[in-house]
Design a binder for this molecule. Structure first.
Ligand code: SF4
Length: 250
């Protein structure tokens, strides 16, 4: 007899399976394949890094491994609590230095009072209300009081800096643009400088942590990046076969 048949028979002879809510669980949904998901979920809940889990599960890509588990509410909350103590404003000032753990109502307030950006968070009420699609300041986040970020956005901050530097070079060489158009489209020195110093500030605060704290931040970052929604994207300059257009990342 095949293993799957033996397994089916074993599950059939079990007493009723109940969910946490006390409802009966459909036993036909208990298949051998489910154990791979349970295995991945338990590892993920225990904080096993996704690259380690990928190796344990024999996957080629992290993306495949990530489809095997969900980021639970509890883990997300723990991660938010950990990272909120390292939240920075646009000047690199720490916002919640003393925060140890957010209370329930603070979690709720944070969720409804802010919206995710590609490299941080926006707390501007009209933009939050519009789900992040109505920035009144054309996404000039590096100069905006409503912007904040934390170490989980570090890769995105660096990528944004690279984008600005690339755009600056490309626009400088764009002979088909009038000076005023080029000047308006070119990322400002102020934005680049502000972004550089913000990145340095986040990096240096991370370096100042103990190895144990850094590891905690790394895990919290992995959890939040996994659960983060798809971003709307920021205005950027997108090159297209000999053409330069102002566009928005999707
Ligand atoms: S500039 Fe950025 S932080 Fe400020 S309101 Fe617009 S999206 Fe929000």
């Amino acid at each position: 007899m095949f293993l799957s048949q033996l397994h089916r028979e074993w599950v059939r002879t079990m007493p009723a399976l109940l969910t946490v809510a006390g409802e009966e669980f459909d036993k036909s949904r208990v298949t051998l394949y489910c154990y791979r998901h349970s295995y991945a979920q338990r590892h993920a809940d225990a904080g096993t890094p996704v690259d380690v889990l990928r190796e344990l599960m024999g996957h080629k890509t992290l993306g495949t491994t990530q489809t095997y588990y969900r980021v639970t509410e509890k883990r997300t909350r723990r991660a938010v609590d950990r990272l909120v103590t390292l939240q920075f404003d646009r000047h690199g000032g720490r916002l919640w230095d003393q925060a140890k753990a957010l209370l329930d109502h603070e979690h709720a307030r944070m969720r409804i009072g802010q919206v995710a950006l590609p490299f941080g968070i926006c707390a501007e009420p009209s933009n939050v209300k519009a789900g992040g699609h109505a920035c009144p300041f054309r996404f000039r986040c590096m100069g905006c009081d409503h912007f904040r970020t934390d170490p989980s956005y570090l890769p995105d901050l660096r990528a944004y800096l690279d984008t600005l530097l690339r755009d600056r070079e490309r626009l400088a060489a764009a002979g088909e643009l009038d000076d005023w158009a080029r000047a308006e489209a070119t990322p400002s020195e102020e934005e680049i400088t502000r972004l550089r110093s913000l990145i340095r500030r986040v990096e240096s605060d991370l370096e100042a942590l103990t190895a144990e704290d850094r590891e905690e931040i790394r895990r919290a970052t992995a959890v939040l990046r996994k659960s983060r929604p798809v971003q709307l994207g920021m205005p950027t300059v997108r090159p297209a076969a000999g053409d330069i257009r102002i566009g928005r990342d999707q």
